[in-house]
Design a protein around this ligand. Structure first.
Ligand SMILES: Nc1ncnc2c1ncn2[C@@H]1O[C@H](COP(=O)(O)OP(=O)(O)OP(=O)(O)O)[C@@H](O)[C@H]1O
Ligand SMILES: [Mg+2]
Length: 272
């Protein structure tokens, strides 16, 4: 019992750390938005300047040798492509930041109209990049299928993102772990979001190590983990179930075959 209390205290400390980390990252995200907007806008402005430059070259066609003109045109085309890349990736960064802000802006237990596809996408990639940063030679294929035009759903973004993050972390870990011992194996995680009647269905599946019967039975138990000390708290699934079933009135189901992979399905009612 004493040991359990100790673990619980340790978990609480971790939670507090995470909460302040959340606030810190919201602050950083907010601050990064401005310079990022500058980068994007200056890139767009430079693109306009290239138009002017092209016009000048065209107006002076007869004064510039053919070879030189072609070279200038090639360089302008390359520069245009570079500008477009800067804008594209800058906007991707903005959208990631807005995802973080949206999630940290919501108050605890506050239902907000939520773009589920966007939220899932952000956290799928957040998990992927975190895993990449933490595990050497982490290289997996991610397949995404988001149904277009799913209306916003009343959800608690802060919580829903944690649920997605945990499922995604688990899936990434399962394929990564399997890849450490297996050759000729291509680790894959597939994510889809679809609307089915009055429900939104999120499916995260992996071709990872799968679960034994014991793991399946104990999956939702607090502190049940098969991961090495320090890598898993064993709270992920019980928190995820609480978020989906108790807070959002939805369902979580899973299917898994040892050695072959797992599928987790979250069903969330559009109206609560
Ligand atoms: N996709 C999966 N494939 C294989 N095993 C899984 C998968 N998801 C969960 N598990 C098993 O269920 C256990 C419990 O998962 P849970 O998310 O609750 O805890 P954890 O991932 O070990 O730790 P954390 O609290 O950091 O999430 C895992 O340790 C793992 O053995
Ligand atoms: Mg987990």
């Amino acid at each position: 019992m004493d040991k359990e209390l100790e673990t619980l205290k340790e978990q609480l400390k971790q939670q507090e750390k995470l909460a302040s980390l959340g606030m810190l990252s919201a602050g950083i995200a907010h601050e990064i938005q401005n310079p990022l907007n500058f980068v994007i806008n200056f890139s767009k402005m430079s693109d306009k300047l290239l138009n002017d430059l092209t016009e000048i070259v065209e107006d002076n066609e007869d004064k510039i040798p053919n070879d030189d003109r072609e070279e200038v045109e090639d360089i302008v085309a390359d520069l245009r492509e570079n500008m477009a890349k800067i804008v594209e990736h800058g906007e991707r960064a903005i959208s990631i930041i807005q995802g973080i802000l949206l999630v940290s802006r919501g108050k605890e237990n506050e239902f907000l109209p939520t773009d589920i596809c966007k939220l899932v996408k952000e956290y799928v990639w957040l998990s992927y990049h975190a895993m990449r940063a933490n595990h050497k030679n982490f290289n997996i294929g991610i397949h995404e299928d988001y149904e277009a035009e799913i209306p916003k759903v009343m959800a608690i973004p802060q919580d829903l993102s944690r649920a997605v993050l945990n499922l995604m972390n688990n899936a990434c870990y399962a394929v990564w772990h399997k890849s450490q011992t297996m050759q000729d194996y291509s680790p894959e995680v597939t994510v889809s979001v679809k609307k089915a009647g009055e429900e939104v269905v999120i499916v995260i599946s992996d071709n990872g190590e799968g679960m034994t019967d014991e793991v399946k039975q104990r999956l939702f138990e607090n502190f049940f983990t098969t991961k090495p000390v320090g890598q898993g708290t064993g709270l992920g699934m019980s928190i995820t179930r609480d978020i989906i079933e108790n807070k959002h009135g939805g369902h979580i189901t899973f299917d898994s075959k040892e050695g072959e992979g797992s599928v987790f399905t979250l069903t969330i009612p559009v109206k609560k």
